[in-house]
Design a protein around this ligand. Structure first.
Ligand code: DX5
Ligand code: ZN
Length: 221
């Protein structure tokens, strides 16, 4: 089997916000494929990050795809602002605590020409996303409980990655399979072996001395 193209999406949550533009230029030059932007509202998750203004600022720095991960309530209400700010894909949560109609939000994204992503917390069974799989462009398997960077990878989530891959084949679907949380060279390898093709990584890239080497190591050297 030909080696699959593995995409690396640095999570800017771990970047140096005092020198954000310079730090992002550095990670882009180091070979990032996408940039991952974590939006947290202090309600759906117990942390507050940033909003559309930062997405717009990042859009002004690069033409790379901006992969926006909404960890917020009422995504249906907020997605237009993130699309206008320059999101390329928007990933929403399937849990009832996210307080939106998932099918409706995905439809809204599609109608606006934005790539659609769906994700689930570690505690949520994969069955929750299954009804939506034929219509999404990306499935994000959370490998930590969302809200904070720097947590430890949960290897038991690999069963969900394998299920996403099996169903993609059996449905003839084309969605990306992305992992997010605690991704370093070792856990990236495990994720790729189980079927992931997009790796989100904050700490293991932005806390490394050499971003290019860190990105290369995530892809498997
Ligand atoms: C967690 C976020 C992640 C986070 C990953 O809630 O969705 O994208 O930034 O950070 P690391 O790579 O440090 O686990
Ligand atoms: Zn994320």
């Amino acid at each position: 089997m030909a080696a699959e193209n593995i995409l690396v999406a640095p999570s800017i949550l771990a970047a140096d916000f005092g020198h954000l533009a310079a730090d992002l230029q550095k990670v882009i030059a180091a070979g990032a494929d996408w940039l991952h932007l974590d939006i947290m509202d202090g309600q759906f998750v117990d942390n507050i990050s940033f909003g559309p203004a930062i997405v717009k600022l990042v859009r002004g720095l690069t033409t790379l795809p901006l992969d926006v991960h909404l960890m917020i309530q009422r995504a249906d209400h907020y997605v237009p602002r993130f699309i206008e700010a320059g999101a390329s894909s928007i990933t929403v949560h399937v849990e009832p605590e996210a307080k939106h109609d998932v099918a409706e939000t995905l439809g809204l994204l599609r109608a606006r020409g934005c790539r659609t992503g769906l994700t689930l917390n570690p505690a949520t069974p994969f069955a929750a996303v299954e009804p939506h799989l034929p219509t999404v462009d990306l499935v994000l398997i959370m490998t930590v409980h969302p809200g904070f960077g720097g947590q430890s990878f949960r290897p038991e989530m690999m069963a969900k990655v394998r299920r996403a891959r099996e169903l993609r084949d059996s449905l003839g679907a084309h969605y990306d399979i992305e992992v997010d949380g605690g991704i370093n060279a070792k856990t990236a390898r495990l994720s790729i072996e189980n079927g992931a093709n997009v790796l989100v990584a904050g700490t293991s890239i932005f806390k490394a001395a050499d971003y290019a080497a860190a990105i290369r190591n995530l892809r498997g050297g």
